[in-house]
Design a protein around this ligand. Structure first.
Ligand SMILES: CC(C)(COP(=O)(O)OP(=O)(O)OC[C@H]1O[C@@H](n2cnc3c(N)ncnc32)[C@H](O)[C@@H]1OP(=O)(O)O)[C@@H](O)C(=O)NCCC(=O)NCCS
Length: 189
């Protein structure tokens, strides 16, 4: 599906650098995923041990090796500290191939617009480079901040796609779903 050499290791926004993860990111992956606040709405994502963090990071790296994109590590330009993670991975929704948008940031950095800024760039990138694949975000009903990030990134509520998730019912947000669906219907006429 992805052309040879397809590799978008780094994206940039006004304040942020998004880069491809490396093995050394395991410390930040563990620190953010073991913070109870960062997984309050999605307890199934919580990690306890460094080994669990290494396993999760390896799955991210495997996706990058296979497809040339995945979850990026988000930092301020010229800063070492990891603010969080944001990216897309392949998923299936109703037997349709799609990109699952995900973001998780260090609670110490919440409320400064970082997640919205990163997610907006990731969705812009996905729609430009993988336009055949709709982008979806699965969000727990009480996770208002995450719903706002999805909307800020350009996704709209897609009630018809709502479904049970790992931690209970998920609300679905999507970009590119309806237009693809409509163009497929038009093509069939
Ligand atoms: C969701 C998350 C990424 C937002 O990160 P952030 O950097 O604080 O997001 P932003 O600063 O871009 O704020 C996004 C919006 O959420 C709002 N918001 C932030 N915290 C909020 C809260 N606790 N309750 C309600 N709204 C909140 C902001 O006001 C902003 O709204 P606006 O666009 O209407 O102004 C962060 O809270 C997080 O990492 N949560 C844990 C992981 C998670 O839930 N990921 C999503 C899984 S589906």
């Amino acid at each position: 599906m992805t052309p040879a050499g397809f590799d978008h290791a780094e994206l940039r926004t006004e304040r942020l650098t998004l880069r491809r993860p490396v093995a050394g990111d395991v410390v930040a992956v563990h620190a953010i995923h073991r913070d109870p606040l960062a997984c309050a709405h999605n307890p199934s994502d919580a990690l306890r041990t460094p080994e669990e963090a290494a396993d999760l990071l390896e799955r991210w790296l495997e996706h990058w090796r296979g497809f040339g994109f995945g979850y990026w590590v988000v930092r301020r330009h010229d800063a070492e500290r990891t603010l969080g993670f944001c990216g897309v991975k392949l998923t299936d929704v109703d037997d349709r191939r799609a990109l699952n948008l995900c973001y998780r940031f260090d609670p110490a950095d919440w409320g400064q617009g970082f997640a919205s800024e990163a997610a907006r760039e990731v969705v812009r990138w996905a729609r430009e480079h993988l336009p055949a694949l709709p982008v979806v975000a699965r969000v727990r009903p009480a996770n208002t901040a995450s719903q706002r990030v999805a909307v800020n990134a350009g996704l709209t509520r897609a009630e018809h796609l709502d479904r049970p998730g790992e931690d209970g019912p998920d609300l679905l947000f999507a970009a590119g779903w309806e237009s693809e669906h409509l163009s497929a219907l038009t093509a069939r006429r």
